[in-house]
Structures are given as structure tokens and as C-alpha cells.
Design a protein around this ligand. Structure first.
Ligand code: NAD
Ligand code: ZN
Length: 360
């Protein structure tokens, strides 16, 4: 057995209001006055002085506001890198991503592409990155994806949706300030929170499970149950706990894998642009065959928070479109193997997968 040696985020600050310490965290990392800090910020904060006024810009530092309406694309990463190179006299001192999984993934990918040749699509896969990226900081403003702790940055490229998985991908610093999540709308809170819940179920029910993954998965799952099913938490407690659930859920899949819901939602997202959180929910709602207890609990959570998921997404797809979705989904072999075991190809045929998609 050859065990993988994974890197982790080396520095983390946790606490309500810890965002106020960002400037002092960054100051010693400034290389020189021509090497700025570039802040990639979700444009939901564009008119939100409460957040942006606390970012201290010096020298050539810049804030670039980015929409997270669509999931990150390799071409978008390349365009951002180009923009940053044109804006700056020297390689930046740091890239700071402030937002949800979309912005965090863009920050990780931009940091890598500033120091590696070619285009982002060339690095979609496992361990293709040669040079360490620029110092990069992740500051989540919504909780659930685990992107703040993971070793990947999920990108849609010209012919695949696949992450840049590398030892250089994880953030050098993470700031966990739950106050930044206080204005997330309920629907989105649920979808992204369920990403964490689904990470736990897929990890805990997978064949790759081990004590490392289980310890984090159990913790994240128990936090999710408390957050989404109990009535005993204050809003503040729920926000802090979801931030930690996201972290633990992310840690759980570091040493295991996700499963059926993720494999299928990648297909939906590639073809229809369905975003990760809601896509996972749409799929997971129909997976009682694979995750009976997990899906029952999911339906309870959905009901408690009055979430109505869209349906009929695949009602009018052509054969060709179904095939594209099926190809993308089946190409994620480790996810299927984790979910269904080494002989997964016998269980999950194209016909079976199509029938599942047709329910959605
Ligand atoms: P997101 O970043 O797409 O944001 C969802 C919505 O919430 C957006 O409209 C955004 O503007 C809004 N939002 C974010 N913070 C807010 C705040 N504080 N107040 C109000 N609105 C706010 O959502 P997400 O679910 O966090 O991320 C999804 C992305 O994460 C996908 O692209 C997915 O592929 C990626 N992902 C990555 C990993 C990883 O390990 N790298 C894991 C899971 C998912
Ligand atoms: Zn996920």
C-alpha cells in the first residue's frame, strides 16, 4: 500500500471578527512595493462597505470583483491571470479570495497559473502542477464546500469538469470569520450547507473509508444534524458550527472520496451549468437506493427549511445531451469506485445512469 502524503493549510485564524486582522496577517508577506496584493472578491460585496472598507489597500493593491453566477472556468482563470499581469509591475505578493467556493477556487487557480506556464486547462487532473503558486489566502463568506481546506480547485474546461489537484493548491492561510456569512440567503445557505452534508454521507458510506476520514466525517455529520435539524442553536452558533462542519467535511474527503451525487451533479453542471450546491441537492434527493438513511434525513432537512427543489431538468434533453452527461459522470471513476466498490461498472451501466437522470 502506498499512502498519500497530503499537505494541509498551514495557518488558520478562527473567530467572529477575525477578518479585522487580515491586514496585519498580510503585511509581513508583502515582497516589495511593486508586488501588490490582489483581492478577488465576490461581487455580492461590491456595494457592501461593511466588508470592503476593512480591506486596507496600499501601493498597487487591487480589488477585482467577480460574479459567482457561473462556476469557474479555465478560460476565466486564464483571463484573470492576464488581467493581473497587465495590472502589476511584478508578480503579486499574494492572491486573496473572499467569497464562496467559486471565488476560493478561482483564487487557488490564479495563484497557480501566475507561476506555471501554459493554460489552466493543461493542469486539470492530478499532480500536474510543477511550481508552487503565489502566496494565497482563502476567506469563505458562505459555508459548506470545504474549498477552504481542500487540495483541489474545481474548474470547467473546454472538454472536462475537473479540478487542479496538487500539493500547491491548498491555501497558505485561511481566515474563518463566521460573521462574513451572516447575510447568505436561506436557499443558498441550504444548498451550500448540503454540499457539506453530502460530502459526509458519501465519505462515510464509501468503500474508501478509513479512521482518518471517518473521524472528520462523523464530526461534520453531527454538526450538520445539529445545524439543520435542531432548534437549540442561536443564529451565531449555527453560523460558526457550519463553518467548522465545512472544514471537517472537506478534511474527511481528503483521505477518502465523494460518491454518486457528486459524480452525477458534475454531469448536470457540465451540460446545463447547474451550480454545485443545488445540483447536488437535486441529485441526492433521488439517491435513496444508494444512501437510504442519508436521503431520508436530507428530505427532513429540506422540509424543515421549506426548500423546494426544481424538477424536470432533464425532461427535454436529447439522446446526445444525455450521452454527454453520462460520459462526464462515468469518467469520474474514483467517485464511482468509492461509492460502489471495485466492480462498479457492473452496477452503474449507462442505461441505469440515464434512468436516474430522467427522474431529475
Ligand atoms: P458560490 O461561491 O457559487 O456562491 C453562491 C452564491 O452565494 C453566490 O450568488 C454568491 O454571490 C452568494 N454569496 C456568497 N457569500 C455570500 C454572503 N456572505 N452573503 C450573501 N451572498 C453570498 O457557492 P458555493 O456553494 O460556496 O461554491 C460552489 C463552488 O464551489 C462550485 O464551483 C464548486 O465546484 C466549488 N467546490 C469546490 C470544492 C473544492 O474542494 N475546491 C468543493 C466543493 C465545491
Ligand atoms: Zn461538493
Amino acid at each position: 500500500m502506498n499512502y498519500k502524503n497530503f499537505p494541509m493549510v498551514p495557518r488558520i485564524i478562527f473567530g467572529r471578527g477575525s477578518f479585522n486582522q487580515l491586514n496585519e496577517i498580510l503585511a509581513p508577506k508583502r515582497l516589495n512595493s511593486h508586488a501588490p496584493f490582489i483581492y478577488l472578491v465576490d461581487d455580492v460585496f461590491k456595494s457592501n462597505a461593511w466588508l470592503t472598507s476593512r480591506i486596507q489597500l496600499s501601493y498597487d493593491d487591487k480589488i477585482i470583483f467577480i460574479s459567482s453566477k457561473e462556476e469557474p472556468k479555465t478560460s476565466q482563470v486564464d483571463a484573470l491571470v492576464e488581467e493581473i499581469i497587465l495590472l502589476t509591475k511584478e508578480r503579486p505578493s499574494g492572491i486573496i479570495g473572499i467569497g464562496g467556493g467559486t471565488i476560493l477556487d478561482l483564487a487557488k487557480a490564479v495563484s497557480i497559473m501566475l507561476t506555471n506556464e501554459g493554460e489552466a486547462k493543461d493542469y486539470q487532473g492530478w499532480d500536474l502542477v510543477k511550481n508552487a503558486g503565489v502566496y494565497h489566502v482563502g476567506i469563505p463568506t458562505i459555508s459548506g464546500t470545504g474549498a477552504e481546506v481542500s487540495r483541489t480547485t474545481v474548474l470547467t474546461g473546454p472538454d472536462k469538469k475537473l479540478g487542479i489537484n496538487s500539493d500547491f493548491t491548498p491555501f497558505d492561510q485561511v481566515v474563518l470569520d463566521s460573521e462574513l456569512t451572516k447575510d447568505v440567503p436561506t436557499d443558498q445557505w441550504f444548498y451550500t450547507g448540503m454540499d457539506c452534508y453530502i460530502h459526509c454521507i458519501e465519505s462515510l458510506k464509501g468503500t474508501y473509508l478509513n479512521a482518518f476520514s471517518q473521524s472528520y466525517g462523523d464530526m461534520a455529520l453531527s454538526l450538520c444534524k445539529e445545524i439543520f435539524l435542531s432548534d437549540n442553536l442561536t443564529e451565531l452558533e449555527a453560523q460558526e458550527k457550519l463553518m467548522m462542519a465545512s472544514w471537517h467535511g472537506g478534511m474527511s474527503i481528503v483521505y477518502s472520496q465523494v460518491g454518486v451525487a457528486h459524480a452525477m451533479s458534475y454531469g448536470l453542471s457540465y451540460l446545463l451549468g447547474t451550480k454545485h450546491g443545488i445540483g447536488n441537492c437535486i441529485v441526492f434527493d433521488h439517491l435513496e437506493e444508494f444512501y437510504p438513511e442519508g436521503v431520508t434525513l436530507f428530505k427532513e432537512m429540506k422540509e424543515k427549511h421549506n426548500i423546494v427543489l426544481p424538477n424536470g431538468l432533464c425532461a427535454h434533453l436529447t439522446d446526445e445531451e444525455f450521452n454527454t452527461m453520462i460520459d462526464i459522470s462515468l469518467s469520474l471513476e474514483p467517485l464511482w469506485e468509492n461509492a460502489l466498490g471495485a466492480n462498479w461498472k457492473k452496477t452503474m451501466t449507462r442505461e441505469k445512469l440515464r434512468a436516474l437522470y430522467q427522474k431529475m
